[in-house]
Design a protein around this ligand. Structure first.
Ligand SMILES: Cc1ncc(COP(=O)(O)O)c(C=O)c1O
Length: 377
């Protein structure tokens, strides 16, 4: 397909990725189809080992989604009614709803303005005698300040859980995200850096006890076949998804490098464009750019002008968690997490995927310059 200077630019183009790996995927599918083993088989076992190794830990337990990875981790750690879990006020809904699903209460802390991740100072103010855990989200592919958060967790005897749904491959001081807390929770939702062809997720950990517990719970609480020792449910990562993920994992490093190059080019083109704020990278971090998210005043008007020019964008996320209608019973209020509230008004994610061409990046940047000046006029 030829690309003209006026072709629309999508937010993500999974068909381009599939075109590049079609033969490998079909081969992997065939392998599973020939065995007719679809649940808890060798593909999953191999994937669990590979992902755990990538995250710098020993154990991986595949589950049905990133949300289940969080819920099962919290449950396995014994969290439930009467407990509080500190979460960032700015994340995808599942970070907080997972806490509610265990019966515990999410307590919202504010974020840092530069990196959109948990602000350790705000976390400190949220600790109470009921607090049992902190969930750090490595949002957009940028690590949360994980050493400071680990120190707070250690000091107050709290579990630190990493929501690594958006940041597989990111590092802090050279060490992979997902290896700092008691567990890392991954999502392989199709649009993630490493995406399945359906829903899938994983818990990675160095704790034998936690891994065993999650492994039992994901399969009806069965310690052995047809003998259930605890309440569990059905949350398994199937063999076809595991096979897809294993193929894609072979490409992840090169895809990440290209995402980083796309981000660098965007930043080069946009850094001096007022009033845009380009994403920043903390000195100890590597960013895998699951999203390239700018800040801009009059965000919705700018997004509308971009849409008119054929440039797709998204807002991750328009409503901070403490103001989500579903959490109204928690009595969140405006002013509670001002940095998150402002981010929700200003963030705008630009097209970001490894197959994005240099010409497309330039087209997005010039459309953005037009949009900003049209909105200003
Ligand atoms: C930060 C974050 N946490 C949790 C999830 C939940 O993952 P899933 O959609 O696989 O349930 C997602 C993605 O959807 C996410 O982006």
């Amino acid at each position: 397909m030829t690309e003209s200077s006026s072709s629309p630019v999508p937010l993500i183009d999974l068909r381009a990725q599939y075109a590049a790996i079609r033969d490998e995927i079909r081969l992997a599918f065939d392998e599973v189809l020939e065995t007719q083993q679809f649940i808890l088989g060798p593909q999953l076992t191999a994937l669990e080992q590979q992902i755990a190794r990538r995250c710098g830990v020993r154990l991986g337990v595949g589950v049905a989604s990133g949300t289940d990875a969080l819920v099962l981790t919290l449950r396995a750690l014994g969290l439930g009614p009467g407990h509080e879990v500190i979460v960032p006020a700015f994340s995808f809904i599942a970070t907080a709803s997972a806490v509610i699903l265990t019966g515990a209460r999410p307590v919202f802390a504010d974020i840092e303005p530069l990196y959109f991740t948990l602000d350790p100072a705000s976390v400190e103010t949220r600790v109470t005698p009921k607090t049992r855990a902190i969930i750090a989200v490595h949002l957009y592919g940028h690590p949360a300040p994980i050493e400071a958060l680990r120190e707070i967790a250690r000091h107050h005897h709290l579990f630190l859980i990493e929501d690594n749904a958006q940041a597989l491959g990111a590092t802090w001081r050279g060490r992979p995200t997902g290896s700092f807390g008691i567990a890392g929770c991954l999502s392989f939702y199709p649009t993630k850096n490493l995406g399945a062809y359906g829903d899938a997720g994983m818990v990675v950990t160095d704790s034998e006890e936690l891994a065993r517990h999650v492994r039992t719970m994901r399969n009806h609480g069965q310690a052995e076949k047809y003998v259930s020792t605890e309440l569990g449910w059905n949350s398994r990562l199937d063999e076809l998804q595991a096979a897809v993920l294993r193929v894609k994992l072979r490409h992840l490093d090169s895809w990440t490098l290209r995402r980083q190059a796309v981000a660098a080019r965007y930043t080069e083109l946009l850094a001096s464009l007022e009033p845009i704020r380009v994403p920043r990278i903390a000195p100890l971090a590597t960013h895998v750019f699951h999203q390239y998210t700018i800040r801009v005043a009059n965000r919705d008007a700018v997004a509308a002008r971009l849409a008119e020019q054929g440039i797709a964008t998204a807002v991750h996320y328009p409503v901070p968690l403490h103001l989500q209608p579903v959490f109204a019973h928690l009595e969140g209020h405006r002013g509670q997490c001002p940095v998150a509230e402002r981010a929700a008004e200003e963030v705008l994610s630009l097209p970001m995927y490894p197959e994005l061409s240099d010409a497309q990046i330039e087209r997005v940047a010039s459309a953005l310059a037009n949009a900003v000046s049209a909105v200003r006029a």
